[in-house]
Design a protein around this ligand. Structure first.
Ligand code: ATP
Ligand code: ATP
Ligand code: MG
Ligand code: MG
Lengths: 264, 264
């Protein structure tokens, strides 16, 4: 089971769009995928057609009440793709958990329990891929994702502010690797919202390849209005516009991710 | 002195771009403006040409060590526009201050002290406008801005996820108005990154005017590549591309903001 965190504290760079559509693309390749919505805004949950009422099972219960992950799984319209949804209450979790011992490892512990339970029941791991959608911050929720994950993928918009926050993000990843998660590796940088007609975008892409040699995924995700429209129909890009650039780009990314299997 | 908070927990919607360029546009109208960078990513500080080294005066010192605001002011290239910069250390402030008594009113207290000091010295308030750039979350830094401000302006990208987070944001604003800041009013909603060719954008704008009648600023800020390029030169839109749509839109917004003086 590969566990990925899609992260960037810079907002609006394409994290949620990537988790929803990379998840769906991997499921289309026959993988069993579970995506987790760790953002209190619950954009991923809405994108995949799930709205959680107060008190219903969600990531909030998993982190604050020890709710088992298997009790918070939801099906989506895509076969092979399941979701652990978020809830607005999650925005209070950072302060609620501020004094809980081991608050950084709550998600890792829940994940390990879920895997152990499934292995005992079925002799198989519960999924081939787990993907965390992170909020635009480096607070407790993102830290939980980085501690629970084996691989990090940084979604980056090819615009000016993109480069500024990356050094801090890499610093935090290295710190967590040293202190809490020695197996954490940076699998790659995903250029999102790429428009090759913009000189700025081309320049930022060149800079990214310079700073992170060998780490930037070959195919940027191009800006494509179908990707911006698909969430309003609660559909992934493959359901909404299967022949669009958005669908092609995410399918290609899925193949690249499959090709570079993590150092298991 | 009008004190505005530009806020939205949704990331990448144009908050920083609005604070930098609305601030500059108000200064061009002869107002004395001070903008505060409350985002640990320090995008606003970079946009206005300020990089803060560790230990140098910044918002971090104001919130955690009681550094007077007048000691952290920096000039910018625009006459009449000053900046209180951010620093990456600010990302630790939320946890550092988690158990500080009155942690929500630290910014308000600092602001009131600054105004009192200046009135005593010069008989005049230190500025005509103070504008807070908020991070993409509703954590302690954004709460400090909402408690210290008299007016809230919500920057909204005209895309699908925009509407989902607004109800939570309005809830938080109402809560803070009841509990900590009775004078806080919602001055308006600023539609940003607007592209009238996209049906989705037009639909979202219609929804916004329906949900917030009389609160949506007349002129949306149109998507304009010059606005995306200007920060890479450390220049406001007025220095970088004074004849662009971006410059026109922000100047028009400034006139609208001046026209609807807060209920003083
Ligand atoms: N490749 C793309 N082409 C066009 N629009 C896109 C693309 N990727 C994302 N978008 C749109 O850009 C906006 C931001 O994307 P998204 O919400 O996925 O970013 P995010 O990083 O998850 O944001 P946040 O930081 O708030 O969680 C959304 O409106 C989304 O529909
Ligand atoms: N009207 C516009 N036209 C074109 N590009 C824009 C416009 N407004 C903002 N941008 C670009 O969109 C990106 C996001 O804008 P900005 O950083 O101001 O948003 P933000 O809400 O402050 O983000 P964060 O949530 O990370 O603080 C930046 O690359 C910016 O240059
Ligand atoms: Mg998101
Ligand atoms: Mg910003």
């Amino acid at each position: 089971m590969r566990v990925l965190a899609i992260i960037n504290q810079k907002g609006g760079v394409g994290k949620t769009t990537t988790v929803a559509n990379l998840g769906a693309a991997l499921a289309r390749e026959g993988q069993r995928v579970v995506v987790f919505d760790l953002d209190p805004q619950a954009n991923l949950s809405l994108y995949l057609g799930s709205e959680v009422g107060r008190g219903e099972a969600s990531v909030y219960g998993v982190l604050t009440e020890g709710l088992p992950i298997q009790q918070s799984l939801r099906a989506t319209a895509t076969e092979g793709l399941q979701l652990v949804p978020s809830h607005l209450d999650l925005s209070g979790a950072e302060l609620e958990l501020a004094s809980t011992l081991g608050r950084e490892t709550l998600l890792r512990d829940a994940l390990q329990q879920w895997v152990a339970d499934r292995l005992a029941e079925t002799g198989q791991e519960p999924a081939d891929f787990v993907i965390f959608d992170c909020p635009p911050s480096l607070g407790l929720l993102s830290v939980n994702a980085l501690v629970a994950a084996d691989e990090v993928m940084i979604a980056v918009q090819t615009e000016f502010f993109a480069l500024q926050g990356l050094s801090k993000l890499v610093e935090v990843i290295q710190l967590l690797r040293r202190r809490m998660n020695p197996g954490l590796s940076l699998t790659g940088i995903i250029p999102c919202l790429y428009d090759s007609r913009l000189k700025l975008a081309r320049e930022v892409l060149v800079e990214l390849r310079k700073y992170f040699p060998g780490k930037v995924f070959q195919n940027p995700i191009r800006t494509n209005v179908r990707l911006a429209e698909s969430p309003s129909f609660g559909q992934t890009i493959f359901e909404y516009a299967p022949d669009s650039n958005g669908a092609k780009d995410y399918q290609r990314l899925a193949r690249e991710v499959l090709g570079n299997a993590a150092k298991t």
